[in-house]
Each structure stands twice: as structure tokens, then as C-alpha cells.
Design a protein around this ligand. Structure first.
Ligand code: HEM
Ligand code: HEM
Length: 182
């Protein structure tokens, strides 16, 4: 059996991401890119889009408790045990295939969502009388935005690279909802 036929023999598809998760993901990406590159400080739209991003994250947290199987935190929470097993498998050169998020991916997802919430809070604080015009808060807000950009770029690259190693197009799955293992 050639490696190709061996691979096709195991081809199968699983529906993993429900419509909410997909809509959440691409809406969040749009909000972050808009606020980073298009809508600038002082524009009311920057504030609205930033709050929308925060609201999307809060809705996703709720969905992590009551949503579909792979959307739930119980399915993907990156516990130390799960992380250790995952890293050990990667080191041995056999990247494990996950129907839901892999533990490292889930860790990054929580980090990205925390950064978006922190941007919402530091942005909002600047609209309050107590913190209006605070230099350190502006700097923190910008550092968080830059950190989010770097982390999201790593996350996007990791999704493409891990998809190749695990022989499943992870990015397409975030669009169609279906992971097609080949
Ligand atoms: C600002 C940019 C981005 C942010 C804030 C972001 C955030 C997230 C979050 C929070 C999740 C978890 C989804 C969930 O379970 O609800 C996720 C998953 C995912 N993201 Fe992104 N993302 C960004 C950009 C991208 C880009 C550019 C790509 C494609 C190259 C991408 C591909 C994916 C994929 C494939 C998954 C699912 C990974 C898996 O199968 O475990 N993301 N992202
Ligand atoms: C996804 C969420 C957000 C991202 C990625 C983001 C990104 C940024 C970036 C890159 C800047 C620096 C320069 C500029 O573009 O004008 C900035 C500035 C600013 N943002 Fe945001 N922002 C977000 C949410 C918010 C929210 C929710 C508010 C207010 C409620 C807000 C208020 C401000 C203010 C007042 C400034 C100018 C002062 C400063 O530099 O901190 N932002 N934001």
C-alpha cells in the first residue's frame, strides 16, 4: 500500500464547529483587524467595535458552558495533564489529531480572548472621568493591542502548520464547520 492509499483509507469527516463558533471567530477577527488598522482612536466606531469584540468573547464564554460538544470548555480546557501529554506526543514526532481544539491551541484561544477583554476594559477606563487622559493607560492599551496582533499572527501560522502536520485543514474547518481528516 502506498502512503497515499494508506492516507485515503483513513479519510473521514467530522462536523466539529457549530455555526455560533464560526460566526464568533470570523466576527472577532474582523473586529480586531478593524480596530487595529482601520478605525482609530477618537472615532466612535473604534469604541463600538471594541465593545462588540468584548461582547462576542463574553457570549463565547457562555457558549463554552452550554454550547455544542467541541465548543465546551470541558472538551478543550488546557489542563496541565492534557498539555503535558500533548507536548510529549509532539516531541515524539507524532502530532495527535483532535476533533476539537488541541490543548496548546486552546491555551492560545484563552489568551487571545483575555487580551480582547483587557482591551475592552482599558479602552473603557479611558472614557471615565477618573482615568481620562492617563498616559500609562493609553500605553497599556496599545501594548495589549500589539500583543494581540503578534499572538494572533502566531495563532494563524500555527493553525496552518499544525493542520499540515495533522493532515486536516483546520482553517477550512473553521469556515465549513467540518474537519476532514485525510
Ligand atoms: C485577530 C485575529 C484572531 C483572533 C483574535 C482569533 C481567535 C481565535 C479564537 C478565540 C479561537 C477559538 C474558537 C472557538 O472555539 O470559539 C480560534 C480558533 C481558530 N482560529 Fe483564530 N483568531 C484570529 C485569527 C485567525 C486567523 C488569521 C486564522 C487563519 C489563518 C485563524 C484560524 C483559526 C482556527 C483554524 C481555529 C480553530 C483551531 C482548531 O481547530 O483547534 N484564526 N481563533
Ligand atoms: C478589539 C479591541 C480593541 C483593539 C484591537 C484596539 C486597538 C487600539 C489601537 C491599536 C490603538 C492605538 C492607536 C489607534 O489605532 O488609534 C487604540 C487606541 C485607543 N483605543 Fe482601542 N482598541 C480596542 C478596543 C477599544 C475600546 C473598547 C475602547 C473604548 C471603549 C477603546 C478606546 C481607545 C482609545 C481612547 C484610544 C486612544 C488612546 C490610546 O492609545 O490608548 N479601544 N486602540
Amino acid at each position: 500500500m502506498t502512503p497515499d492509499t494508506a492516507a485515503t483509507a483513513f479519510t473521514h469527516s467530522v462536523r466539529v464547529w457549530d455555526p455560533f463558533v464560526r460566526l464568533f471567530h470570523w466576527s472577532l477577527v474582523s473586529c480586531v483587524l478593524l480596530n487595529q488598522f482601520v478605525l482609530h482612536e477618537g472615532e466612535a466606531a473604534h469604541t463600538r467595535v471594541g465593545y462588540l469584540a468584548g461582547a462576542l468573547v463574553l457570549a463565547r464564554v457562555l457558549w463554552g458552558l452550554i454550547g455544542s460538544r467541541h465548543a465546551r470548555f470541558a472538551d478543550c480546557l488546557p489542563t496541565p495533564g492534557r498539555l503535558r501529554r500533548h507536548v510529549a506526543a509532539l516531541r515524539q514526532g507524532r502530532p495527535p489529531r483532535h476533533e476539537g481544539h488541541n490543548p496548546l491551541g486552546a491555551l492560545m484561544m484563552l489568551f487571545l480572548m483575555a487580551l480582547v477583554l483587557a482591551l475592552g476594559i482599558t479602552g473603557w477606563l479611558q472614557t471615565t472621568d477618573a482615568y481620562f487622559g492617563e498616559e500609562w493607560l493609553m500605553e497599556l492599551h496599545e501594548w495589549l493591542a500589539n500583543g494581540l496582533l503578534v499572538a494572533a499572527a502566531l495563532h494563524g501560522i500555527a493553525a496552518i502548520v499544525m493542520g499540515r502536520l495533522e493532515r486536516v485543514n483546520l482553517v477550512r474547518a473553521m469556515v465549513t464547520g467540518v474537519k476532514r481528516f485525510y
